[in-house]
Write a protein that binds this ligand. Structure first.
Ligand code: NAD
Length: 493
């Protein structure tokens, strides 16, 4: 089915550098396909180091004038961008669904979610306050001011093609930084549409530059930015392996880093929990984007006394989920992003069943009507899971729930923390002393307590341990794009 947009010009197919739409210097392109059908429906530049350098040159040249605008002027431009995102929400949602696969209603939700960060940072732009420090000796004044770090390189994943890039570019611009960006190879079109809207909003040439590249070419593009001393910060969301390589390779120029990496979220149901609320929370947190979400629960620990009751309620809900292409309005779970993703799910389930897991529902590939692709998978529950299974240690990133029975609080906290990752954790309990004990002991950046929907522009999003560092959103989010500068004025006696 051809992609129909109200504003066809939002379907952009070139790099955006210094306010112009440009082909890659080498002229190369790569195809973008619909994960629901496998059909190619667009192509974009397959950029290289020369394109990355052009983008960095433009961002470096634009930095001084952008930094020197008043915070209010920057805020007004970002607000205009926000208004255009909302005005074009339906087209943006169609682009997200087509290139990423999520159902249209969910894609609309992503547009609003991403836009909320743009609005938030437009409002925060005027609040980058400094400080006065009481002087230790008479005759001096000690001040602290915040300054933008400079050119920021933003690299984003495919699972939220709009929200991930919006929540990097918006704070960078609010702080007074300029941006070079590279979206995930599978989902470049939403990001390109977003920069067209930024251009329409009047954000000056060179302030946002975006280049697209295939996975093979990505190291050339990102490598050029890593080597460029003018790029002062990398903000990355994606896998832990790539995040670690960026930390290593940016050491030569000691760039500031924000790394939002992989997770392996525990979800704990204690025997005093409201089981219906826990099932609701798990459905929301687990099945958003078909489980392809970094804060998706990967390990669900259920206390033995309520294990059977919880499993029965969950099976009924999961078995009723409708899997299908985004083009079917009834779809609740879309395709996985590609074959690689599907193969990992199949491998994790096979390993779990080999090691004594019980298949409670799902477990097979699906071929829903109206979808030619082979990337659909049935929402699945594996019971009797334990820590010798692969899915206890690796992010499955799909619609698979693994249920681990447990006996007591100390044991489940040890199991929950038995991972190098530390992004999100969830638990359901009603004993107030237990609630505080468990919240204190979970080693993650985010904890959901009797709640499955956590992310909001007003709250700090980010991890600990090998889930990375830095925070997106909230009043803490701007700090990642700013330096703290100390000014000391003497001779005042
Ligand atoms: P990925 O690391 O493969 O890709 C992310 C980005 O890095 C893409 O733009 C990709 O092109 C780029 N990239 C790939 N190889 C690179 C290289 N050698 N050098 C530089 N850049 C490179 O991750 P993915 O599979 O697209 O995304 C899924 C992962 O992202 C999951 O682990 C998920 O948990 C994580 N994620 C984390 C958050 C968070 O906020 N913590 C949010 C969403 C996704």
């Amino acid at each position: 089915m051809p992609l129909q947009l109200t504003r066809p010009e939002l379907m952009c197919s070139e790099n955006f550098i210094d306010g112009q739409w440009r082909a890659a210097v080498a002229g190369a392109r790569y195809d973008v396909s619909d994960p629901a059908s496998g059909a190619v429906f667009a192509s974009v530049p397959d950029s290289g180091a020369a394109d990355a350098a052009d983008a960095a040159n433009a961002a470096a040249a634009a930095f001084g004038p952008w930094r020197d605008r008043s915070a209010r002027e920057r805020a007004q431009l970002i607000k205009r961008w926000h208004a255009l995102i909302l005005a074009n929400a339906d087209d943006l949602a169609r682009l997200i669904s087509r290139e990423q696969g999520k159902p249209l209603a969910e894609a609309r939700g992503e547009v609003l979610y991403g836009a909320s960060y743009v609005e938030w940072f437009a409002e925060e732009a005027v609040r980058t306050y400094g400080d006065m420090i009481p002087e230790p000796v008479r005759g001096k004044k000690l001040m602290v001011v915040k300054e933008p770090v400079g050119v920021v390189a933003a690299i984003t994943p495919w699972n939220f093609p709009l929200a991930m890039i919006a929540r990097k570019i918006a704070p960078a611009l609010a702080a007074g930084c300029t941006v070079v960006a590279k979206p995930a190879e599978d989902t470049p079109l939403t990001a390109l549409a977003l920069v067209r809207l930024a251009d329409d909003a009047g954000i000056p040439a060179g302030v946002i530059n975006l280049v697209t590249a295939s996975r093979a070419q990505t190291p050339q593009v990102v490598g050029a930015w890593l080597a460029d001393a003018r790029v002062r910060k990398i903000t990355f969301t994606g896998s832990t392996a790539v995040g670690k390589s960026l930390a290593r390779d940016s050491a030569a120029t000691l760039k500031k880093l924000s790394l939002e990496l992989g997770g392996n979220a525990p979800f704990i149901v204690f025997d005093d929990a409201d089981l219906d609320a826990a099932v609701d929370g798990l459905m929301v947190s687990k099945f958003r984007n078909g489980g392809q979400t970094c804060v998706s629960p990967n390990r669900v620990y259920v206390q033995r006394a309520v294990y059977d009751a919880f499993a029965a309620k969950l099976v009924a809900r999961v078995a009723a989920l409708k899997v299908g292409p985004a083009s079917d309005p009834a779809s609740q779970i879309g395709p996985m992003i590609n074959r690689r993703a599907l193969d990992k799910i199949v491998e994790h389930i096979a390993d779990a069943l080999d090691r004594g897991g019980a298949l409670l529902t799902g477990g097979e590939r699906l071929h829903p009507a109206g979808a030619a692709g082979d990337t659909f998978f049935a929402p699945t529950i594996v019971g009797n899971a334990h820590h010798a299974m692969q899915l206890a240690h690796e992010e499955t990133f799909g619609p698979v729930v693994a249920l681990f029975p447990f006996d007591d609080e100390a044991q489940v906290i040890a199991l929950a923390n038995d991972t190098p990752f530390g992004l999100a954790a969830y638990f359901y309990a009603r004993d107030i002393a237990r609630v505080w004990r468990v919240a204190d002991r979970l080693e993650t950046g985010i904890v959901g307590i009797n709640e499955g929907a956590l992310a909001a522009e007003v709250a700090p999003f980010g991890g600990v341990k090998e889930s990375g560092y830095g925070r997106e959103g909230s009043r803490y989010g701007l700090d990642d794009y700013m330096h703290t500068k100390y000014l000391c004025m003497g001779g005042l006696t």
